[in-house]
Design a protein around this ligand. Structure first.
Ligand SMILES: Nc1ncnc2c1ncn2[C@@H]1O[C@H](COP(=O)(O)OP(=O)(O)OP(=O)(O)O)[C@@H](O)[C@H]1O
Ligand SMILES: O=P(O)(O)OC[C@H]1O[C@H](OP(=O)(O)OP(=O)(O)O)[C@H](O)[C@@H]1O
Ligand SMILES: [Mg+2]
Length: 281
């Protein structure tokens, strides 16, 4: 059976979602007006939909999986679940009001709140036992306070520059941390999903790890492998230089420069870092 996948057609997640799918070896549309694309070689069909609607299609079982934001998934209340975090489209969800006016979330009681995320906001208010009125807006919610429609807003904050430009500031703690996620229906995984999942996971690992090679004197090998043990253990090969070996090991990209410095101090030489494009571990 052909696996049917929902991909954001516009907005913050769209480009990165297509990129990760391409890197995973799938065909992606070349024209942003295309609504669907069939990758017959891999037996997958992609549907380009609004990210806000994707959880609904997946939750209903109309589509097998999709890429959307965690905040949009939670807002939808759909019967879909996170299968993998994808590391892009990161944002925080916050309440905000005129700078300096509000300090704590208890002050929300009795206020008018404008948001595009009614599900998330009502759920938060319910759990806190706060009574307030919620107005749904499609976007540009920052302007609603100035226009007298709301006292406060609840919205996605990334850099904070939109809030600042509107003379607003966040108050209270972060309501939720969001990023792009791969979602499936709750319960049984659809046929063919495991391969799709493994391919994306391969790209995620490839993005966060690099391959490190170095040469070292055998007498220093143990200290070096203690310092850089790798995921499964290093590959150690003979080197055409008496008493020396060549070592190959996968290391997290973050901190890899520091490891190079430390290996150098241990006497390692010819230390190389190489990008990994895809992998199955
Ligand atoms: N700066 C940002 N603005 C909006 N959403 C962002 C931002 N950064 C990350 N996101 C995430 O992107 C998803 C929203 O995608 P969506 O395409 O609906 O919004 P958008 O980028 O605001 O697009 P548009 O407003 O053009 O419809 C959410 O999961 C949100 O957390
Ligand atoms: O913290 P920042 O980096 O400024 O980003 C956050 C802003 O970006 C989004 O708006 P968008 O541009 O999508 O417009 P919209 O409100 O019409 O959706 C979001 O709704 C915030 O307004
Ligand atoms: Mg928007």
């Amino acid at each position: 059976m052909t696996l049917r996948i929902a991909v954001p057609n516009k907005g913050s997640l769209s480009q990165s979602a297509s990129e990760i799918l391409r890197e995973s070896g799938y065909r992606q549309r070349s024209d942003s007006k295309e609504l669907a694309l069939s990758d017959t070689e891999n037996d997958v069909e992609f549907f380009y939909l609004r990210p806000r609607d994707i959880a609904l299609y997946v939750g209903e079982g109309t589509l097998d999986a999709g890429i959307t934001g965690r905040d949009l998934l939670l807002d939808s209340g759909a019967k879909a679940t996170e299968a993998m975090q994808l590391g892009f489209g990161r944002s925080r969800f916050h309440f905000a009001g005129p700078a300096g006016r509000y300090e704590t979330l208890e002050e929300l009681a009795g206020l008018r709140i404008a948001t595009s995320y009614v599900g998330v906001v009502e759920d938060f208010l319910f759990r806190r036992g706060i009574q307030a009125s919620v107005t749904r807006l499609d976007g540009a919610v920052e302007t609603s306070i100035q226009l007298g429609v709301a006292d406060v807003i609840a919205d996605v904050v990334e850099t904070g520059s939109t809030l600042k430009a509107a003379g607003l500031a966040t108050f209270g703690e972060v309501i939720l941390d969001s990023e792009a996620v791969l979602i499936t229906r709750e319960g049984e995984r659809p046929e063919g999903f495991e391969i799709f999942h493994r391919r994306i996971e391969g790209v995620m690992v490839a993005r966060s790890y690099v391959m490190m090679d170095y040469d070292i004197e055998e007498s220093n090998l143990e200290r070096a492998t203690d310092l850089v043990p790798g995921r499964e253990g290093p590959t150690i090969s003979p080197l055409g230089k008496a008493g020396w070996v060549a070592v190959r090991v996968m290391v997290p990209r973050s901190g890899s420069q520091r490891l190079m410095d430390e290996l150098w101090s241990l006497g390692a030489r010819a230390i190389l870092l190489t990008d990994i494009h895809a992998c199955r571990l």
